[in-house]
Design a binder for this molecule. Structure first.
Ligand code: ZN
Length: 500
C-alpha cells in the first residue's frame, strides 16, 4: 500500500482513539470538579470500561502493525516519522500488558485516588496505606510486561522524561544538595521577610475577580479555556480550543491561588500555542512532564514573581482588598511572594526550598523500587526526611505523606520532573531575555510578546522534539542546571542581603 493511503488509515484509527480520549477527559474533569460523590459507584466501572475499549484500539495487533509498517517508510515527513516513533515508544508502556491487568490497574488507581482524598480529609494515613501498597505492588508487577531498554525505576523515569535516568537525576539532585542546602541554612538565621498580610482574610468571591484579571493580563483566551475549582489544582488540555485549569481558594492565604492559577495557565498556554498543523495530532500533548513543568514554572516563578508583572495588577488588587492591603506596598507584596521558609507543603513551597521537597520524594521512590525503603514504614520515612532536609516534621498526615495525589494514581517517576522543569525554565528565560526585554513587556501590558517568544521557540513544536533537543533549539545550548542554581543563589542572596 502507498504511504499516503497507509497514513489515511492511521488517521482514521487515531480519530477513534481521540474520541475515547475526549470522552474520558471530559468525564474525569467532571468527576474532579462538580460530579456528586454518590455517583462514583455508577461512574467508576463505566469509566474503566471506556479505558478498556480505548486500550483495545491502541493495542490492536492490526493498529500496531500499521504503526510498525509506517515506521519503516522513508517517504514520511519529519513530523510524521516523529509521530510514529513517539507513539510506538509510548505504546511500549502498555502494549504487552494483558488487558484484564490493565483494566484492574485503572480501576485500582481510580479507587485509590478516591481513598486518598477521604484519608486526607480524615488525616489518617492508615485509611490510604492498603491502597498505596497495592499500587506499589502493581507498579512493580507492570514492569514485568515492559520491553524497555531500561530497568526498574529507570523505566518510569524515562516514561515521564525521555533521556533521564537515576544516574542523571542523582547528579542533578547532588548539585542541588551541595549548592542550595547551605544557602537555605544561612537564610534561616536571617531576619524574616514581613508576610503577616498574606494570611489576612481574602474572601473567595473577591479572589475570583482577581484571578479573572490576572488571566486577562496574561491574554488567557477564555473562549479556548476555563477556570474551575478543585481540591488540588490541575490543567486538562482536552484540545487546542479547550484548555481547562482549576484552582483552590484559601480565604486565609492571598498568594496560594494567585500563583497556582498562573502556574496552571502556563501549562494551558503551552497546549494552546501548539501550531495548528500539530494540534489534532499525537504531538499535541505528548510533551515530556519536565518540558510541561518548565512552562508552568516559567510563568509562575520567573515572570509572576517579578515586580514588573504586578505594575498593572497590584493597583487593582488593592482596590479589591482595600482594608487587607491598606498598609502594604507593591514592594512589600513582591518580597513576601519571594520569601523563603522551610515548610511542609510542596505546593505551597517557595522556589528555593521547592527542589528539596522533590528530592525527598525522589529518594523515597528510588528506595521503593530498589528495595532499600521499607514500604510498611513510609509515613515515618517521609517525616524523617523532612526533618533531615528541611528541619520541619509533619504532625499530621495531610501535611505529610498524604499531601500529594500522585502516588495514589501510581505516578512514580513523575515528581523529579518538577524540579527538572524549574531547571529548564531558568535556561529558557535566559535565552528569552537575549531577544526581548521581559520587564518592559510586562510593564507595558504586552504579555503577548512573551507568549509569542514562547510560541516561536518552544510551544509551536508541541511534543515533536525530545526535551534535550527542544532546549537546544530554544537556547542554542545543551541543558545546563548551573543556570538554575546560579539564578536561585543570586536571587536569594540579594533578597536576604547575603554576601557571595
Ligand atoms: Zn505543573
Amino acid at each position: 500500500m502507498e504511504t499516503r493511503e497507509l497514513w489515511k488509515k492511521y488517521e482514521a484509527e487515531m480519530f477513534k482513539i481521540s474520541a475515547y480520549k475526549l470522552a474520558l477527559s471530559t468525564v474525569e474533569f467532571d468527576a474532579e470538579t462538580i460530579a456528586p460523590v454518590k455517583g462514583d459507584a455508577y461512574r467508576n466501572p463505566r469509566v474503566s470500561y471506556l479505558y478498556g475499549e480505548m486500550f483495545s484500539l491502541q493495542t490492536a495487533p492490526e493498529f500496531i502493525e500499521l504503526l510498525e509498517e509506517l515506521s519503516t517508510r522513508e517517504d514520511l515527513s519529519f513530523e510524521q516519522a516523529r509521530t510514529i516513533k513517539w507513539q510506538l515508544k509510548d505504546l511500549e508502556a502498555i502494549r504487552y500488558v494483558p488487558k484484564n491487568l490493565y483494566v484492574e490497574y485503572s480501576q485500582l488507581a481510580l479507587e485509590s485516588s478516591q481513598a486518598w482524598e477521604k484519608a486526607k480529609n480524615n488525616d489518617d494515613y492508615k485509611m490510604f496505606e492498603p491502597y498505596l501498597l497495592r499500587i506499589i505492588e502493581m507498579s512493580k508487577k507492570l514492569l514485568e510486561y515492559r520491553h524497555s531498554d531500561a530497568e526498574g525505576y529507570n523505566v518510569y523515569l524515562g516514561d515521564y522524561e525521555p533521556g533521564m535516568t537515576i544516574e542523571k537525576y542523582d547528579e542533578f539532585f547532588d548539585l542541588i544538595k551541595k549548592e542550595l542546602v547551605p544557602l537555605i541554612k544561612e537564610i534561616s538565621s536571617k531576619e524574616k521577610i514581613r508576610n503577616d498580610f498574606v494570611y489576612r482574610n481574602y474572601p473567595a468571591e473577591i479572589q475570583r475577580k482577581m484571578m479573572n484579571k490576572i488571566l486577562e493580563y496574561m491574554n488567557f483566551d477564555l473562549e479556548a479555556g476555563l477556570i474551575s475549582e478543585t481540591e488540588h489544582p490541575f490543567t486538562n488540555s482536552i484540545s487546542k480550543g479547550d484548555n481547562r485549569i482549576t484552582t483552590h481558594y484559601y480565604e486565609n492565604n492571598l498568594l496560594s491561588s494567585i500563583f497556582s492559577v498562573v502556574h496552571e495557565a502556563g501549562h494551558a498556554t503551552y497546549n494552546y500555542q501548539v501550531s495548528d498543523e500539530l494540534a489534532e495530532t499525537y504531538l499535541f500533548d505528548n510533551m515530556s512532564s519536565g518540558m510541561h513543568e518548565s512552562q508552568s514554572r516559567l510563568m509562575e516563578n520567573y515572570l509572576a514573581r517579578r515586580s514588573s508583572f504586578w505594575d498593572n495588577l497590584f493597583p487593582y488588587m488593592k482596590e479589591l482588598f482595600p482594608e487587607q492591603l491598606n498598609d502594604v506596598s507593591q514592594s512589600d507584596f513582591i518580597k513576601a511572594a519571594n520569601a523563603t521558609e522551610c515548610s511542609l507543603i510542596r505546593t505551597e513551597a517557595d522556589e528555593l526550598t521547592y527542589p528539596l521537597h522533590i528530592l525527598i520524594r525522589y529518594e523515597i521512590e528510588k528506595g521503593i523500587f530498589d528495595g532499600t525503603v521499607d514500604v510498611n514504614d513510609l509515613e515515618n520515612i517521609w517525616n524523617d526526611k523532612y526533618e533531615e532536609y528541611l528541619g520541619v516534621r509533619p504532625q499530621k498526615a495531610s501535611e505529610g505523606i498524604l499531601q500529594d495525589v500522585h502516588w495514589s494514581g501510581g505516578s512514580f517517576g513523575y515528581f523529579p520532573t518538577y524540579a527538572l522543569g524549574s531547571g529548564y525554565a531558568a535556561q529558557f528565560v535566559r535565552a528569552m531575555s537575549r531577544d526581548i526585554n521581559i520587564d518592559e513587556c510586562m510593564r507595558n501590558n504586552e504579555f503577548i510578546k512573551i507568549k509569542e517568544w514562547l510560541k516561536e521557540h518552544i510551544h509551536k513544536y508541541g511534543g515533536l522534539n525530545t526535551p534535550l533537543e527542544q532546549i537546544k533549539i530554544a537556547t542554542g545550548e545543551d541543558f545546563n542546571p548551573r543556570y538554575y542554581i546560579g539564578y536561585l543563589k543570586n536571587k536569594y542572596s540579594r533578597l536576604y542581603g547575603i554576601k557571595k
